[in-house]
Unconditional design. Structure first.
Length: 755
């Protein structure tokens, strides 16, 4: 891109920061006159309403400060600074889609290419060979060799239909000798379509690549567009692999045909016999269609019918047997009628993106009146085989380097070949293309980039609102960057000055920024005094159960019993709660019959432990507690009760319903009424809520330190430094407000208010 930018510097003058207008001059800063219009464009209109003279003077002084900053920024060369240019370029890119979109290109393609092609229908035959894997270069090479061999045979006089039946892999057209029938735009792959509309009748194309494989096509005929047809049909579906059923369908469709010939009603026969569920209730009515949109035999029969209400003899397609009735005809609709549908189709058709791109650059070429030089072949001849491997070297012939590659008719400024050569040198890489094709491709990319860059640079000429947006943003960036470098960054890094400023304004900050006092404490509260007591007691003991599964104990009858399948839900619920409570353990409490041996009991415990470990619980988080021997339940050897216990406070609300806790520092404004601001344990009731509070530390109100409010102090210090810097800047420049300009401005504001 840098070569394009170098060119643009030569072609267009640099954008100036200062707007000059033929309007009445409002003020003058040194040699720079500024008009009323300049002031109005820089000042929000709503801020000018209902201003008295003093307020207007204040607005003018703010504007003067801003213009002084811009003058200083330009004198320092900030408008050429890389940081500023990067920010401007980023903003410019956000604006470009509004002004350089491809809407016009899509409309151009729809009108000048697609609709123009729609005036004709083209009868095409093709031979198709599929590519299974586009990454397999051997497969692609073999297919291309085969296609070249077939083309040579066809050019030598071989029968196209015979070769298509033998070699084509297009299932539907192969049996017809490759005959696709009549097509029209935009139905086919754009590359096939382009060949169909440009290839002379009877000639054979070179291999054409589509997303599925390669094609050879032959144009059989071209005819004017036959218009559209609206037909209804009665359909009997084809039974694949059932010849008997297909034969019966044929007999049946001919019986229906004879009934129609005898005068039977179409709609009633359709409702009774048609197997096309979508259309049979509406008399078999289908949407409008044109050539290439229906199976070949279906289309042929439809276009054979001439009178409305006439019906065809039975025809067969890949879908089954049909009878057609002609309902209506119409000529090709106008572009205005088809425009919306064509535009929608093109925007959604990813295969036509290259066509849209081509149309877009054609528009740019026309707008900029770009013309190629007659020296282009000589310039391209400087490339050789080294280009295809990314090793090409730029020629040293100065006369060749200065040859014009092209020029714009408007400005007649030639584009020297050296710019293209530098572009090719920077972008070349190893490719599978021959060097002549690759050189032409690089040329196309270079010209497109040139046109795009020129189009972007010309936007301010075409769109005043774009120019205004860019100018306003440029001025804002310049002023901001100037203050950042001259004042803000220095103030932020000036520790001595910052400390002195804080000390000077300490009393003001002590009032404005304070740390509110409060307590460091644990606070428990609940409307249920008993629940509160239980929660506090558990907290003081240090360990408590978050939940137990007493209602779902695990029973074991013998040593062969498997734990996990039988008690999957209980174990999973326990595991999920354990995962949700930080620092918790799973507590397994057991009781066993007197006859259960230690070895048998251990087996039960091992099974439970394994089940939890399989879920992802670490061994150290599983705790077994065995009660004294007893009878857990008649007929069972052991009973295990599961629970989740923790030492932390977080899970107390889960363990004790209705209890809420707070732990840590609490400001005075958030504390309940009745609490004493002193260390120690307090219990009290307030507004129907019971509290238990353990106050560990009390903090009183205090002013915030510099470190705590450093950001605010830096902001204030920067503003103070900016004010001082601005006063010096004012003294450095001569500023004059013109009385006549001020009077006119006041009159304009009054008229605006009156409206």
């Amino acid at each position: 891109m840098k070569y394009i930018y170098i060119l643009l510097i030569l072609l267009w003058p640099q954008m100036m920061v200062y707007a000059q207008s033929s309007d009445s001059t409002l003020l003058q800063i040194e040699q720079y006159p500024l008009s009323i219009q300049d002031f109005l464009e820089a000042t929000p209109r709503e801020s000018l309403y209902n201003l008295d003279s003093l307020q207007l003077q204040a607005a003018l002084q703010t504007y003067i400060d801003f213009r002084l900053q811009l003058i200083k920024a330009q004198q320092l060369g900030l408008h050429r600074d890389s940081v500023v240019l990067t920010e401007l370029n980023a903003y410019r890119k956000t604006l470009l889609p509004r002004y350089l979109n491809k809407k016009a290109a899509v409309e151009r393609l729809a009108r000048q290419t697609i609709y123009k092609r729609m005036q004709q229908e083209v009868r095409v035959s093709h031979i198709f060979i599929k590519i299974k894997n586009w990454r397999n270069t051997r497969e692609i090479k073999a297919v291309l060799q085969k296609m070249d061999s077939l083309r040579n045979a066809l050019v030598a006089g071989a029968d196209f239909a015979a070769l298509a039946r033998r070699y084509s892999q297009a299932v539907r057209s192969r049996s017809r000798g490759g005959d696709i029938g009549y097509i029209t735009s935009p139905q086919q792959d754009p590359r096939l379509e382009a060949a169909a509309y440009t290839l002379p009748i009877g000639e054979i194309s070179h291999p054409i690549r589509t997303r599925y494989g390669f094609h050879l096509i032959k144009v059989q005929a071209r005819i004017p567009h036959r218009g559209e047809r609206l037909v209804s049909h009665i359909m009997l579906r084809r039974r694949v692999g059932e010849p008997t059923q297909d034969s019966l369908a044929k007999e049946k469709i001919y019986k229906i045909y004879k009934s129609l010939q005898a005068g039977a009603g179409w709609d009633s026969l359709c409702r009774i016999y048609s197997e096309h569920k979508v259309s049979r209730s509406s008399g078999g009515k289908l949407p409008w269609f044109s050539g290439g949109r229906m199976p070949l035999s279906f289309e042929k029969a439809a276009y054979t019918l001439k009178q409305k209400g006439s019906f065809s003899a039975p025809i067969r397609t890949a879908y089954g047997w049909h009878l057609l009735r002609l309902d209506s005809t119409r000529a090709l609709r106008s572009y205005a009628q088809l425009k919306a549908g064509l535009l929608a189709h093109l925007r959604q058709d990813s295969t036509r993106l290259s066509m849209i791109t081509q149309a877009y650059y054609e528009i740019l070429q026309e707008e900029q009146q770009w013309k190629e030089s007659a020296e282009k072949p000589k310039i391209l001849a400087a490339f050789d085989q080294s280009l295809s491997v990314g090793q090409w070297k730029m020629p040293q012939d100065k006369a060749l380097l200065n040859q014009p590659l092209g020029f714009t008719a408007k400005e007649s400024i030639p584009i020297p070949a050296v710019l293209f050569y530098r572009y090719a040198l920077a972008h070349q890489k190893a490719v599978s293309l021959d060097y002549q094709t690759y050189a032409k491709l690089l040329y196309t990319f270079f010209v497109r980039e040139l046109l795009q860059t020129r189009a972007e640079a010309m936007l301010d000429r075409k769109y005043p609102e774009y120019k205004r947006s860019m100018q306003q943003f440029t001025e804002a960036v310049l002023a901001t960057e100037l203050k950042k470098r001259a004042v803000w960054d220095k103030a932020a890094q000036d520790k001595v000055g910052l400390n002195a400023y804080f000390a000077q304004h300490k009393a003001q900050y002590a009032i404005q920024y304070q740390v509110q006092g409060g307590v460091e404490a644990q606070l428990f509260q609940s409307k249920d005094q008993l629940q509160l007591h239980k929660a506090v007691e558990a907290f003081q003991q240090g360990t408590y159960l978050v939940r137990t599964w007493e209602e779902y104990p695990l029973f074991f009858e013998n040593n062969n019993e498997q734990v996990f399948p039988k008690y999957r839900k209980i174990l999973t619920d326990v595991y999920k709660l354990h995962q949700g409570v930080l620092g918790s353990n799973i507590k397994v409490t057991s009781s066993r019959s007197q006859g259960v041996s230690d070895a048998a009991y251990k087996q039960y415990c091992d099974r439970i432990e394994k089940a939890f470990r399989d879920l992802g619980v670490a061994k150290e988080h599983i705790q077994f507690v065995c009660r004294q021997a007893g009878t857990p339940q008649p007929g069972h050897a052991c009973r295990f009760t599961l629970g989740v216990q923790t030492k932390g406070m977080r899970a107390i609300p889960q363990a004790f319903e209705g209890v809420r806790i707070k732990n840590g520092f609490m400001k005075k404004s958030t504390l309940p009424a009745g609490i004493a601001l002193k260390p120690g344990v307090q219990q009290f009731e307030s507004d129907g809520i019971y509290y238990w509070v353990n106050v560990q530390d009390v903090q009183t109100d205090r002013p915030k330190t510099l470190e705590e409010i450093k950001g605010f102090v830096i902001r204030d210090y920067q503003q103070a430094q900016e004010k001082s810097w601005m006063a010096k800047l004012r003294k450095a420049y001569k500023v004059k407000i013109l009385p006549e300009g001020l009077r006119l401005l006041q009159e304009m504001i009054k008229k605006t208010e009156a409206k």
